[in-house]
Design a protein around this ligand. Sequence first.
Ligand code: ADP
Ligand code: TRP
Length: 331
Amino acid sequence: MDTVLSGIRPTGYLHLGNYFGALKNFIRMQEENNCYFFIADYHSLTTHPDTKALHNHIKNVLIDYIAAGLDPEKAVIYVQSDVPEVCELNLLLSMHVYVGELQRVSSFKEKVRKQPDNVNAGLLGYPILMASDILLHRADKVPVGKDQEQHLEMTRDFAQRFNSFYNVDYFKLPLAYNFGEQLVKIPGLDGSTKMSKSDNENSCIFLSDAPELIRKKVMKAVSDSGPTVPNQEKPQSVENLFSLMQAVSTPDTLAFFENQYAQCQIRYGDMKKQLAEDIINFTAPIYEKIKFLQNDHDYLSKIAKTGAEKARENAQKTIKDVREIIGLKHL
Ligand code: ADP
Ligand code: TRP
């Protein structure tokens, strides 16, 4: 059985992008694999150092995970900082990672632009910590969206480098897990190319949004004044509405509005109404489950505790092996 691992930063609620990028195939994944799903709270500190909201966000991500179909009986669900073994692996791997290669990572360069006042070393080391998450459980497959492709490629590089430096075949080289489909990137409602809770909450439709709120958000989504020439190229904001529709609506609905656009007959109001209803249809079962789980604190804390125990057990084995491979010995 393969090992699958994925993480999500607790910087807010889970949104449609997280769902289509990392959660969509939960049911199949946990039946066919040995799954680890964790909440990457250490990672969120690189951009969200203020922890006032963190605890609540961790709880909400856990609720969203379960509501979206993750089954704590089948998958190990844990909070990253409950498994501090990852920090040791992070340190040991970092000895084989070069500052120059970290400085060239696109997500790092983007963060330098976005938060020039807080270019912390955690941001630079972000890919090492992510590789440590994955290698700690010797994962084969990692369900991620397109934005994580480069981080995953670096994980393979670091694993390969470790193996060849110590002349072992210990770490597997993990692959993105997308069930043979292209990696997706769900766009934002604000006209941006990526729906992201960490970058802009206003770009997101959360799985926990009530139907009324979804309608309001979609109706307010950025569009333009409409095409004037048949088959005109779409601006980003309009392309985004179509991409969202592609994710949640039927092919017939999508084809109908594509056709309307091509013939310059589109009414964005109608399209948005349809899109909102299709999103609501899609999120309704998850939304209901979220409401149900929200107050069951004991159940949630039991899941986190059991998950941490199982994850630590596996992590400790890896750390023991890695120490041995490196040649760290007690006096
Ligand atoms: P965010 O950017 O909202 O903070 P995370 O960085 O926590 O989201 O992402 C968690 C997972 O969800 C990752 O696997 C990431 O690739 C995926 N993901 C996030 N946003 C999107 C998106 N807009 N489209 C597809 N996948 C996404
Ligand atoms: N870097 C991921 C993101 O920003 C979150 C993450 C941290 C992750 N560690 C991971 C994803 C390990 C997959 C596997 O979305």
